[in-house]
Ligand binder design. Sequence first.
Ligand code: AMP
Ligand code: ZN
Length: 472
Amino acid sequence: MLNLFNTLSREKQKFKPIKDNQVGFYACGLTVYDYAHIGNLRTYIFEDVLKRVLLFNGYKVKHIMNITDVGHLSGENLGDADQGEDKVEKAARKAGKSPKEITDFYTDAFKKDLTDLHILFPDIWCPATEHVNDMIQLIKKIEENGYTYISGGNVYFDTAKFETYSELSKIKLDELKHGARVEVDKNKRNPSDFVLWFTVSEKFKDHLQQWDSPWGMGWPGWHIECSAMSSKYLGEQFDIHTGGEDHINVHHTNEIAQSEAAFGKKPWVRFWLHGAFLVLEKEKMSKSLGNFITLTTLKEKGFTPMHYRYFCFTAHYRKPLVFSMEALEGAKQSFEILKSKIIQIKMDAPEIHAPVVPENDSFYTSFLEAVNDDLNMPRALAVVYDLIKNTEIKPKDKLNLLYVFDKILGFNFREFTEEEVELTEELKELLQKREEARRNKDFKTADELREILKKKGFVIEDTASGPKLRRI
Ligand code: AMP
Ligand code: ZN
């Protein structure tokens, strides 16, 4: 039984799809005006685990991810407000490139990061700029249903007309009026109102990305993009919507308001899951603070994407994870030890081409319970270590289980091999002596030599073409 923490109820709930065993799953994608930072990537790793756990439980998953290539406005201290400048436009101007050149470049970089991190791709990628007509149609529906007003040329959503506006965030509207969440915008009737359609105003007369609409030339607001694209591919009501926890109060709250205002279906989305932030020891990660770390930064410092994936599994996805190079170094060492142990098991067992889910196996049950308990990866990892340590289970059965678990872990255990070692004279000599001892059936000496090599950090693998050394 799969239990997931639903932000709507603030409780773990038994997961059941709306329709049979089909799951409609929408994940907010990256705003592609720069590289993804490792905080963003933590969220995509959590979402990857969610998808893998759904598949593991036998569900069919239709996974949609958008690419925000227009409409997300900048302004660090404005939160997700409607002032500021479009992030993509700003980056394009700064680089002297077209918005498309910028978004194509960073979309490719994002996809490469996901590939490196073994994150399964969505079934459909949907760039916002290719769905502007869907957004316009949705705004028209919201307008027809009486939830909008036009002010300063822009189309706004009137949150006062939507009674359950605070259902997800649990923030009362009157608290918002005094709060600092949203910058005062004199065009708004209520501080929480937000723009559905921006028109090309005096301030933004040079906006590069603009489309014709019933309200004039302009571009869509960021929130309407996700409502329009998710419903286009998943229907007017669907199962799961995810993102980082920063999206709860504004982006997702606004998505719910406009979607329910348009479709009249409640709840629009059954399960909302949010990943906690990756934080630095003292401050938040942001470009303006100069502490923006990417996957490439980590690679340059000698880490692999799998070290980072493993690091993310050391904390539950709903707990903040404090990042430091030292903490990542610890994860790297643990991962490398795990890797060497798995390689050892692989050497002791025949390769398994089609792993099978064992019946009544206590390790399997514990692993399944851990991942089905709101994706508890630290607990799932502990089961992996218990299995590896166990001396009663045969290597063949261990390897089978490890391959089964890897469907969720996504480390690709199958590809774990030691790099071949270039032999120094000393290593060559030790290896030859051990071969001689074996030929002479002097197994005691052969074993001693194996031990000496092991102390030096090598294991001997006997292959058809003779003995080979692998690094532990
Ligand atoms: P954005 O490009 O701003 O739309 O963000 C892409 C995804 O990364 C969203 O789901 C955000 O909620 C998430 N995100 C942003 N910063 C962090 C962070 N420091 N830790 C974890 N997730 C983050
Ligand atoms: Zn979104």
